[in-house]
Design a protein around this ligand. Structure first.
Ligand code: NDP
Length: 311
């Protein structure tokens, strides 16, 4: 086992940034790329809010650039996924999907989070063509258009308010007769003339020729006054929660009630020595590429310090 070697699990902005920093400091980071190389950003189109690209940058190009930058500084990339972990004692053991076992003293977990979708097959079909799970990322493309946000929590209210500054009209599709969001967020959407809330409503289908053109909704499903109708929309934003990709680490790592890995503020240190968490897997609130990149940098610096003082 090479003690200079840090295993980075995940290949979004957090994982690549950690690798760039570690590689540049003379360590040998190994990135286990995972099932979605490049992470969540690869499901969107253009990134316009990542500093340094005044004309925006294609999301896949941005991630390819980060990957190349990590490789240039000596990162080794494995196109495998971690399927199980044994963090019971040091050194830690990770098992990959090709059954390879990696023994390591330091791990940076940057496995991200996955936006929840409703599970309609059309959601996949129109991803990037009207369907999105991130208003901050994709809202700009709906200037003066009609959009819908699914969900009734704080995220949905926040996204609907954000979109109301861009779009001409924002529907909120809420399955219950009330919102789950905090009072202040509820008031914000109730008082916004551009937002119309469709309570007790579920989405059963999305349609459109080459891009999204509308959604089929059901009002009060299963009740005598049930009504099915088509709503014309250009954008359909999911805001029904995220799931952090922390499942395999949960037996050993402290997580919050949603599964986000808890780190010791202001560091990226988890409850186990030599194990750090960066990016969305440890971020229930901000979930932006720039924050992920920043915590990747922090995790690399924390790992370096740990290696220097402990190994
Ligand atoms: P929440 O779990 O709070 O809300 C999810 C919403 O999506 C609920 O309205 C839920 O409906 C709805 N939903 C879930 N599954 C489905 C489905 N299959 N079909 C239709 N609707 C569905 O998630 P959030 O992401 O909004 O918030 C996560 C946490 O982050 C919360 O603690 C929140 O307070 C916090 N947060 C705080 C912010 C702030 O303070 N500014 C901003 C954003 C988030 P139902 O109510 O029926 O279950």
């Amino acid at each position: 086992m090479n003690k200079q070697q840090t295993i980075i699990i995940g290949s979004g902005p957090a994982g690549y940034s950690a690798a760039i920093y570690l590689g540049r400091s003379g360590y040998t980071p190994i990135i286990i790329e995972g099932l979605q190389p490049g992470g969540q950003l690869t499901t969107t189109t253009t990134i316009e809010n990542y500093p340094g690209f005044p004309n925006g940058i294609d999301a896949n190009e941005l991630m390819d650039n980060m990957r190349q930058q990590a490789i240039n500084f000596g990162a080794i990339i494995k196109t495998e996924s971690v399927v199980s972990a044994d963090l019971n004692k040091k050194p830690y053991t990770l098992t990959l999907d090709n059954e390879e076992k990696i023994i390591t003293e330091t791990i940076i977990i940057a496995t991200g989070a996955t936006a929840k979708y409703l599970g309609l097959k059309e959601e996949d079909k129109y991803k990037g063509l009207g369907v999105s799970a991130c208003a901050t990322c994709d809202g700009f493309f709906y200037r003066k258009k009609v959009v819908a946000v699914v969900g009734g929590g704080d995220t949905a209210c926040e996204e609907a308010s954000y979109l109301s500054n861009i779009a001409s009209k924002v529907y909120m599709i809420v399955r219950k007769p009330q919102l789950r969001a905090s009072k202040v967020m509820q008031e914000r959407v109730f008082n916004n003339p551009k937002i119309e809330i469709l309570f007790e409503t579920n989405t059963i289908n999305l349609f459109g020729e080459n891009k999204l053109e509308g959604a089929t909704l059901v009002f009060r499903k299963g009740l005598p006054d049930e009504k099915t109708y088509n709503l014309t929309i250009d954008g359909f934003f999911l805001a029904i929660g995220h799931k952090p990709n922390s499942e395999i680490f949960k037996p050993w790592l402290d997580t919050d009630s949603e599964g986000y890995i808890i780190t010791k503020y202001p560091t990226t240190q988890t409850n186990l020595p030599g194990i750090f968490a960066a990016g969305d897997v440890a971020d229930p609130i901000y979930r932006q590429a720039i924050n992920a990149a920043a915590t990747g940098c922090k995790a690399a610096m924390d790992a370096e310090k740990y290696i220097t003082h402990n190994l």
